[in-house]
Design a protein around this ligand. Structure first.
Ligand SMILES: [Zn+2]
Length: 164
């Protein structure tokens, strides 16, 4: 079985510690959205590494509020270096591959929003061959998370994780 069939057909196995780190990041940045990249050894389904990313959305909003009406409370945006890291991980020669982009939602639940779709799809095609983890963060803590995958032109839930 090739690496590409692994990535397109099977669900990544996110380590408990990785999920815990994502939840901690979501809580720390509440009431703003946290975001980051999850990766693991190429040609496995394992996701064992977290890269916490700065949410660039406040910067974009401050620079051009007309073009970016949302700030970091209701949107996320990855910076250049993080996108570069993501791009480089997708090369065949990279030992670690990014499998998941995560971000948190504050008080609205773990669903894949139209805003999320705009950030992930261009002209009907997904921009990056990764899945998307959306974390449901509330004032009292994380209620859980859901993993979404682009299937047949739309984002479908492929896994759900309990909160803590
Ligand atoms: Zn979102």
């Amino acid at each position: 079985m090739s690496g590409s069939s692994l990535s397109t057909e099977q669900t990544p196995q996110i380590d408990k510690d990785v999920l815990r780190a994502c939840y901690a990041d979501a809580r720390a940045r509440y009431p703003e959205e946290a975001c980051g990249l999850l990766s693991g050894p190429r040609d496995t389904l394992r996701v064992d590494t977290v890269r916490i990313c700065e949410n660039q959305q406040n910067r974009l909003h401050a620079r051009d509020p007309m073009a970016h009406p949302r700030d970091a409370r209701t949107a996320y945006s990855l910076g250049f270096r993080d996108l570069q890291f993501l791009d480089e991980s997708l090369a065949d020669s990279s030992p670690q591959r990014v499998r998941v982009i995560y971000h948190s939602h504050c008080n609205v639940g773990a669903y894949f929003s139209q805003e999320d779709e705009r950030a992930a799809v261009f002209e009907g095609q997904r921009i990056y061959p990764v899945d998307y983890l959306v974390i449901d963060c509330q004032r009292e803590g994380v209620r859980g998370a859901k993993l979404f995958r682009f299937i047949a032109g739309t984002f479908a839930e492929i896994a759900a994780y309990p909160g803590e």
